[in-house]
Write a protein that binds this ligand. Sequence first.
Ligand code: IPT
Length: 956
Amino acid sequence: MDIATTLPGRGAVVPRARLRTDRPAQSLDGRWRFRVSPSLRGAPDDGWQRSAVAEWGDIEVPGHWNLQGYGLPAYSNVQMPFPVDPPHPPDANPIGDYRVDFDADPGVWDAPRRLLRFDGIESAAEIWLNGVSLGTTRGSRLTHEFDVTDTLVESGNRLAVRVAQFSDATYLENQDMWWLPGIFRSVTVHGEPVGAVRDVFVQADFDPETGAGTVQIDVDATASAHLIIPELDIDVAASGTIHVGSVEPWSAEHPRLYDAQVRTAAESVTLRIGFRRVEVRDAQLMVNGAPIMLRGVNRHEHRARHGRVHDADVVREELLLMKRHHINAVRTSHYPPHPDVLDLFDELGFWVIDECDLETHGFEHVQWRGNPSADPRWREAFVDRMQRTVHRDKNHPSVIMWSLGNESHTGANLEAMARWAKGYDPSRLIHYEGDHASTYVDIYSRMYASHDEVRAIAEEQPAGEDEHRRSLPFILCEFAHAMGTGPGGMQEYWDLFEAHPRLAGGFVWEWIEQGIEVDGPDGSARILYGGDFGEDVHDGNFVIDGLVDVHRRPRPGLLHYAAVIAPVSIEVDADRSAATIGNRYDTLGLAGVALQWSRTVDGEVVAAGDLIAPVCGPRERVMVALPEEARAEGRASQADVLTVEAVTIEDSTWAAAGHLLGSGQQVELAAVDVPPPFEAVVTDAEVGAAEIDPVTGRVQALAGLRISGPDVGVWRAPTDNDRDVGDDEPDLPSYAQRWRAAGMDRTVTRLLGIQPDGGTLVVRSRTGVPILDCALEARMRWTPLSETAVRLDVELTPSGPWPTEWARLGLDLELEGNPQGVDLVGEGPMPSYPDLRSAARFGWWRLDADDLTIDHVRPQESGSRMGVREAVIRARDGAVRIRTLGASFALTVSRHSRRALDGTPHNWELPDEARTFVSIDLAQSGVGTATCGPGVLPQHRLSPRAAAVSLVLERL
Ligand code: IPT
């Protein structure tokens, strides 16, 4: 077995489309025999392909062997896990030997030609049937079929597969993901009849001018074949161009499919045809004559315990979840997914960039020396990968672009892939991000470009030397790196996309967190990331960067993204006389949308109704008058809120009727009633209900409930984004480092004075940072309000030159025991930060203990709620109500201290501190997306500033 070539696999039949057919097929999935050797040289050459394997272990096929107890997984991103020494893998290279015995099913056996199909083996394999070598595979996520007509026997077949974890192919498959070797997709034998339909290529065009459909069909059959589309009364010879008359076009918004068959006397292939035309016109991405906006995500295939092994139910649910969050596009980063996923994309409606299994990113660390993309010895391997990708998926209307791969720099081999794909399939666009000059692609694509750069690109004129690139539509194939608390800045990107016709949207990096779940010693599940398996080379938690967690539960980033890309925008006029409704669909009207309004006063819905849904074409806006009862009357004591929502009228494949498509609000905050003063004892140890420590000036109890603080804070437990250097300031250390260097995580407070003052107590303090002379002076005035409540007026004034921006400016309090929950009047229910806020709505929200913060795999700051007027914090020993008499605040209630969050690598290692940590922030920094892309945008940074707040603290 040669695993150091630069060539494609050998021995397979020519690649063809994945077809649904009635030819006999036999699955070989199931329990196989297995053993693993530590190196190819050391792997036994003992005639294992034929001899008994009694002492071997068992393994599930499809599956990865290092998730089944044979070795351990490893994670690295750009860096190669072994020396860059192409085309050689290292000597230490797990080799998996697979064996299965089977009898041929009668249908397969009776067929005159028989094929053995592998849908995915990572990374290189040699295959033997009954001792005869059939050939080798390259392209882990690509299909290989072998002709076994002469090697298959009726009973007692012995299939043997030797798989190398690493090979020459590894240099072409250095995607940012776990190294997960093995036969991880299905194995099938099928029988090909005389008169078979070997291959079909359907290009179904829609003419937006006339509404006519055309099928261009190319069939490789050993008998004459017919194309049958019952709904269109088509039953014709399956060849050439077939005019089918008027059709409904396919789009992601209305995925209209026509069932069709390609039939010979012996075989019937079932297709689902979608008519659509993809074009670039005036630097715009057009489908069916109209521009489209890609509201996308990058999707890796991943399951917590099974890696990249497909599960049909899980994937359907996953795509439905995307639909429910208004995602309309998927980039199959960075390889073709399981073939059945394409059927779902067609059926449910997604614009798809189908990406070839190619990434030579490891060469970046050697300044791209020896990059296979530019080395002619690898040409055939590159083109073979492209051919396998295109052939397999060519009949899927959802695929509107072929992507050559990811992060492989540039070179003639990529150009050759593009040339072949374009020649074979002119109906789709070629995408490749690494071709920055766009010489061999049809769309200008970048990743993580800043907002400013995207704006500049939007305004480029198609002229000059790079006129071709400048005449192409633009997408961000990756943006908004969804790692940890974040990603910030999505709304600002989307505002640009909508303002400039050249911009056709983008794909958030990435859909799912790729953690690996294992059982801890106590039997509870733990999510692990890079380095947790003892890897020498790894990239830590960079693999935990998704809009959904590894069990596909939405992170706040997904909820905000859904609002950013919502199909209906709603803006309510300040006087509530009307709302402006924006239809953000590309092709649909609002006929399927109902508009509802409701007016809530102090948490009670006082009036509600439906609005006449306006006639409003795609990408249009209309004004809708609001009824008299929607107006505010000025009798609220907290707030009077008008909410207008757009919801679906009917059930759809992806959501029940009533699903939210967009919302807008007008919030009228009530004038706060300032409580009258209350006669009570005021000393330096007591302010009515509040017990004060005269030594520190901090509160100790409120009406008997132990509560301590407030402490002034400007630091947060760094988020993943805070820990990274943003592209916008590459020469500065990360915020986390800057904050630490400035001592912001270790502030020291000195009491300046504690003085009763006319029925109140004034406490003045200075909170400084170690080493430096910058500080915050706090002036806190405590006033008794009742037997159970006090008023706290705080003025914060910074002094000295603070060397960096702050994370926040707030007051911290602590209660005993773990938090039980929070009821808040403010923005929710999901957490929000200044640049991650689009989905938050003003309301009366009840948060359970588990909803207060986000259980990030790598602990970090999370769970802030902005725009809070009032909150009841339920702790173990009782509840405290905090309300503002002036400006709103952001509230974070956590069961973990910032110190613990900062210093603990995994969520399952967090100590139980038995405390409730409360932060009342008067200002906060945004979160940005510095883990990849720009950091916090200037308008969302928090430069040192003075602030003041007046609060009422009440024990309930
Ligand atoms: C970019 C990769 O394309 C993607 O696979 C992933 O690694 C992502 O970054 C980070 O999570 S490449 C990066 C160097 C911009």
